[in-house]
Write a protein that binds this ligand. Structure first.
Ligand code: URA
Length: 213
């Protein structure tokens, strides 16, 4: 089975998932949407009310802003892949709990492996802290690239809902981050790293992959 077929099979598995309590309150599982072979993947936090009703991530006001920011860098929504850390809506939009994140990890990990994007953008504090395994806030982490899991480039930015609340300053920062995404996509792919002779005393990025550890 090729990666696209395996992603479709993983989606079917997610749609039937009852691994955590969110299965009891969800309307629809929000697996992910977009090009299964995209170069660029977004990771949000969890579905909200609109997403829960429609079964698609980022369809509310925050999603409309995400689509606009994509268009501004010359991309259609259908050309990227969009997913969340957690695939079912937490009641009342509370933060996902650690056991819910753990239960959902195999789905996000599978999406990252099978879509295999070159560039991953984490939207907001929640997804960024998990991906970079840090307690540092998004304001300090954004604005640069991180070398991430399996040679992928990670670019953290604000959650579009924060731009809707926070106004021009947050939106301007998101536009800078999206310009960096465009620039990173346009750069030729990095060659695989040389085998290391000496271990690096200090990893280039904080100990990471809280999503996978
Ligand atoms: N916020 C998220 O983090 N994800 C969605 O899908 C919608 C809103």
């Amino acid at each position: 089975m090729n990666a696209v077929a395996r992603l479709a099979a993983l989606r079917e598995e997610a749609l039937a998932c009852t691994a955590c309590r969110l299965a009891e309150t969800r309307t629809k599982v929000v697996f992910g949407v977009g090009d299964p072979q995209a170069d660029l993947m977004f990771i949000g936090e969890a579905p909200g009310r609109n997403e829960d009703l429609q079964g698609e991530p980022f369809v509310g006001a925050a999603g409309k802003l995400l689509t606009r920011l994509l268009v501004e860098i010359g991309l259609e929504r259908s050309e990227v892949y969009i997913a969340n850390v957690v695939k079912c809506r937490p009641p009342g939009n509370r933060d996902p709990r650690p056991d819910e994140i753990d239960a959902c990890k195999p789905f996000l990990r599978g999406q990252l492996e099978l879509v295999d994007p070159r560039v991953v953008v984490t939207l907001g504090n929640f997804a960024t802290k998990l991906a970079l395994r840090t307690e540092t806030g998004i304001t300090r982490l954004r604005g640069r690239t991180y070398r991430w899991w399996r040679g992928k480039t990670l670019i953290p930015t604000y959650h579009p809902a924060a731009a809707l609340r926070g106004g021009d300053r947050v939106l301007a920062a998101m536009r800078e981050d999206f310009a960096l995404v465009r620039q990173t996509l346009d750069a030729p792919p990095e060659p695989p790293p040389e085998p290391e002779v000496h271990a690096d005393p200090e990893p280039a990025v904080p100990r990471q992959l809280g999503l996978f550890g």
